[in-house]
Design a protein around this ligand. Structure first.
Ligand code: NAI
Length: 333
């Protein structure tokens, strides 16, 4: 069994993490967990949101499961998520977005895989004042990073039996930057004749997504559009509370996390919904080639959701603990 870095996080983080670890272990997946605090929880003890021992642990183990964390606001601390991405070069953000039973949503049959480039674009943070009243913010797009993320998208598509990758861009206006991103995607696409490829301009892609999301498959986006479109897509299936995510780097490094925050309004009450973190753990199992366990958990989760034994955010009366118990029972039945 592997050793996995565990970051329970703040607020509801420890509650949902406990539930997810229990479900994982009910499948017989019993790794050694190296547990660390991060974010606000780490500041008192370590004076930083990202203790060096945590980064060393992830670099060593390659895989981490992370609950939501609070980044102290206005005190000069780096966001944990941004810090992790930079320190570990987690260049790919992967978000499957699909309907789940008992989760109210405006659309059915949504089954998207969103691949977002995580390291460059306008997020390079290169901004300056040219003259008072005029600022420049630099959009960095490189052939290397664009090719790397396109290869990642096609590899994921192939591994997951997907049919089509759509590159999303604004190359009609940003001919050089988005043009380079699109050219790299086209070049990589030519090496994957088994997977269809097309492209859409970001505004048209958004309209298509909110009209016919079921017609789209894998989306490949540069950082900024990826940030916006991935939340839009979460909204298509019921919101951030039910969507998993992974941040992946070279050499098999991966940090698997829920997309929602620490939910301070419900923390400590055993009513948080662990679905998003559980689906992130499913991504982690797939990453570790534990496909049978991943499929078993997905199936048990869907059965319990379909039974109506759901947490209050989905209109039910289940607790975090009883929801996890029901999944564990389904797994061993
Ligand atoms: P939030 O996602 O924590 O909460 C928004 C609403 O969704 C709240 O009503 C909350 O109760 C509900 N909610 C969220 N997750 C839920 C779950 N699993 N089950 C049931 N209900 C759930 O967003 P908010 O309030 O903007 O942020 C709170 C804190 O979380 C902030 O300190 C923020 O920095 C942090 N945060 C951390 C993230 C991360 O570590 N990945 C991501 C987003 C926010």
């Amino acid at each position: 069994m592997p050793t996995i870095t565990l970051i329970p996080g703040d607020g509801i983080g420890p509650e949902v993490t406990r539930a997810v670890v229990r479900v994982l272990e009910a499948t017989g997946f019993t790794p050694a967990w190296e547990t660390f605090s991060a974010g606000a929880g780490a500041v008192d003890e370590h004076g930083t949101t990202l203790p060096p021992a945590l980064l060393e642990s992830i670099a060593r183990n390659k895989v981490a499961l992370k609950g939501p964390v609070t980044t102290p606001v206005g005190k000069g601390f780096t966001s944990v998520n941004v810090g992790l991405r930079k320190a570990l070069d987690l260049y790919a953000n992967l978000r499957p977005v699909a309907n789940l039973p008992s989760v109210p949503s405006r659309f059915q049959d949504v089954d998207l895989l969103i691949v977002r480039e995580n390291t460059e674009d306008l997020y390079a943070g290169l901004e300056h004042t040219v003259v008072p009243g005029v600022v420049e913010s630099l959009k960095i797009i490189t052939e290397k990073a664009s090719t790397r993320i396109a290869e990642f998208a096609f590899e994921q598509a192939r591994r997951r039996g997907r049919k089509r990758v759509t590159a999303v861009h604004k190359a009609n206006i940003m001919k050089l930057s988005d043009g380079l991103f699109l050219d790299c995607a086209r070049t990589v696409a030519a090496r994957y004749p088994d997977i269809a490829f097309d492209d859409r301009i970001v505004d048209a892609a958004c309209m298509h997504l909110v009209m016919h999301p079921e017609r789209m498959d894998v989306l490949l986006l540069p950082n900024l559009y990826g940030d916006i479109v991935s939340d839009l897509c979460a909204g298509l299936v019921g919101g951030l509370g039910v969507v998993p995510a992974a941040n992946l780097g070279e050499g098999g490094v991966g940090v698997f996390e829920a997309v929602h925050g620490t939910a301070p309004d419900i923390a400590g009450r055993d009513i948080a919904n662990p679905t998003a973190l559980l689906l992130s753990a499913v991504l982690m199992l797939e990453h570790l080639r534990e496909d049978a366990r991943a499929a078993a958990i997905t199936s048990a989760l869907k059965q319990v959701l379909a039974s109506g034994h759901v947490t209050p955010d989905l209109g039910g009366t289940a607790t975090t603990t009883s929801f996890a118990d029901a999944i564990c029972r389904t797994l061993i039945s």
